[in-house]
Design a protein around this ligand. Structure first.
Ligand code: ZN
Length: 224
């Protein structure tokens, strides 16, 4: 994969200076940080309430199109900006580490991409974010443990419960022994309805004896 390091801020276009990388200092300062890692029953956790016994969940940013939030996700997801993905993962990891509620996480599990999509894109953006998180929490990133075996259909017409049902059977655990007895932190780039992460979590819960927490780089606040 070709690594693209932009010379101007990916959001406002200002030439980058000093040790600024990808995003200028001003845009970084104005990001919509959720600061929700310390908050019990926060907006990220409410995505899963009533469906799955997630231990704790947090997001670094709100996803919006006004701040650099969407530009950052775009850089990471579609432009192959690996270093930005890792750096944002480190920032997320620090929030989790400072919050204390994630201190007993044993391993980080990035939400896997379907093999075909992985081939087309060349990398899994959630894995890059997960590596940043794991480096702060000083734990391993699990890979080859869960496969994405199905595709997600367009979910915009579905209500909350239908979205969760629609995600059943999308993920399959291929190495249950690697998960057994662990507190696993599932990491995704953007949580919109929570259905994708919930489906991945449901597959992991089925292993038994597993605790699950969730972290995402961004949280799209929706109407559910
Ligand atoms: Zn900027």
């Amino acid at each position: 994969m070709q690594v693209i390091i932009p010379e101007t801020c990916c959001h406002c276009g200002t030439p980058l200076q000093g040790d600024e990388r990808s995003v200028c200092v001003a845009c970084m300062a104005h990001l919509p940080y959720t600061r929700n890692a310390v908050v019990v029953e926060n907006a990220t956790e409410r995505c899963f309430a009533g469906f799955l016994p997630i231990k704790a969940a947090a997001s670094l940013l709100y996803f919006d199109s006004i701040s650099a939030s969407r530009s950052i996700i775009h850089e990471i997801k579609y432009r192959g900006n690996e270093s930005l993905a890792f750096e944002m993962g480190v920032m997320l990891g620090r929030e989790l580490s400072d919050a204390g509620r994630f201190s007993d996480v044993d391993a980080v599990l990035p939400v896997p991409l379907h093999k075909r999509r992985l081939r087309r894109r060349g990398y899994n953006q959630s894995e890059l974010i997960a590596q940043g998180v794991a480096s702060v929490l000083k734990v391993n990133v699990l890979s080859g443990v869960v496969d994405r075996v199905g595709h997600t259909n367009t979910q915009t017409q579905l209500d909350r419960e239908q979205r969760f049902e629609n995600m059943q059977g999308v993920f399959a655990v291929t190495n249950p022994l690697a998960l057994s007895g662990l507190h696993v932190l599932i990491v995704d780039d953007v949580i919109t309805t929570g259905a994708t992460v919930a489906s991945c979590a449901a597959a992991v819960f089925a292993v038994g004896g597993v605790n699950i927490s969730v972290a995402s780089l961004a949280l799209a606040v929706s109407s559910h």
